[in-house]
Design a protein around this ligand. Structure first.
Ligand code: GTQ
Length: 328
């Protein structure tokens, strides 16, 4: 409680204010006025920095870990890709990506959670993600969704190592700590292969046909959820990008952040004044509010997979974008 004598016993107003602040702190209250400018800024200030995880660097780690730890110990054998300016689990300020490895014959046990997840397959075939009873076979370039609260386990029925990029909205649940996770009683949730088009699987061939249909040096096509006709998730959306040899995507600065996986080709990502060289399999973190352009090398067509948090940012009424050069 504020002692009435506090304001009267000193003639120094600063000292008097300090005394008030100190007294308020004991009651779990602090002054807003010194920090308001850091909370409410003129422009977005994401902490993430542009970063690339070359697949050539990461693959040996995935392979080595697969030899050293089994899926019975590592429920998910994943290297989380951590933005150098942030900590685990932040790949950007709002999105997470990891590289998950499954060896032939292995199973990553069934669980379900309120966290949304997707997989973009980098290498391998004849592995599956079983989602809520549906056994979704995966091959390179496929996008597979494990929607919120759906049982999922992964397995590899082939004879080769399988590596994919996981994309999750983990970071959001740090700000909103309302996660429920359940472990299934058995290793695997009973599942069957379906032959009809799945709302949980978006094969690469289908996407590439859409990317190649329009003429022009570049094209970007969103993944549209087969069931809802909208974004693939409540927080996360995705698209794929075609860039013809030697071409460059239009410059874009937006309040949403992205994580790229290079499906095919090589080139340069120009992100907020930084230049990152990329090639097949690489993962790139694109922070929000940095101008980004992707330039393809002259060798052949480059294709990129992009996951982004536009659905989340739009739900917050915070989506803004500048097309064209705005300065790095
Ligand atoms: O495959 O369910 O990278 O639960 C992190 C958490 C993957 C998964 C991750 C997970 C998963």
């Amino acid at each position: 409680m504020l002692d009435a004598t506090m304001t009267t016993t000193t003639s120094n107003p600063n000292a008097a204010l300090d005394a008030v602040i100190e007294a308020a702190k004991k009651h779990s209250a602090v002054p807003l006025w010194p920090v308001l400018g850091t909370l409410s800024t003129p422009e977005p200030r994401p902490k993430a920095v542009p970063h690339i995880w070359p697949f050539a660097v990461m693959r040996p780690f995935c392979e080595a870990a697969a030899k050293l730890v089994g899926t019975e110990f590592a429920e998910r054998r994943v290297f989380s890709l951590i933005n150098p300016a942030l900590g685990d689990p932040y790949t950007t300020d709002t999105l997470y990506a990891g590289l998950q490895t499954i060896l032939p014959g292995e199973v990553a046990r069934a669980h379900r959670h309120t966290i949304f997840a997707l997989r973009f397959i980098i290498e391998g075939d004849r592995a599956y993600t079983a989602v809520e009873g549906e056994k979704v076979m995966m091959q390179r370039g496929d996008l597979v969704l494990t929607p919120q609260d759906e049982w999922h386990d992964h397995g590899n029925e082939g004879d080769k190592i399988m590596i994919w990029m996981d994309g999750l909205d983990h970071p959001i649940w740090r700000a909103v700590p309302l996660v429920f996770t359940e472990h299934y009683g058995n290793k695997q949730f009973p599942s069957e292969v379906t032959t009809k088009p799945s709302v949980r699987k978006y094969p690469w061939d289908e996407m590439q046909a859409k990317l190649d249909a329009p003429s022009g040096p570049t094209a970007e096509v969103p993944y549209v959820h087969r069931g809802t006709g909208g974004e693939i998730g409540a927080t996360i959306g995705a698209s794929a990008i075609r860039i013809n040899a030697g071409a460059e995507t239009p410059a874009l600065r937006e309040t949403s952040s992205s994580i790229i996986n290079v499906y095919q080709g090589s080139g340069t990502a120009l992100i907020g004044g930084e230049t990152l060289r990329f090639t097949q399999g690489d993962v790139i973190a694109v922070p929000a509010w940095k101008q980004v352009r992707f330039r393809a090398d002259t060798g052949g067509t480059t294709y990129l997979f992009r996951m982004h948090d536009r659905p989340l940012v739009r739900a917050l009424n915070a989506y803004r974008a500048d097309a064209g050069a705005v300065g790095a």
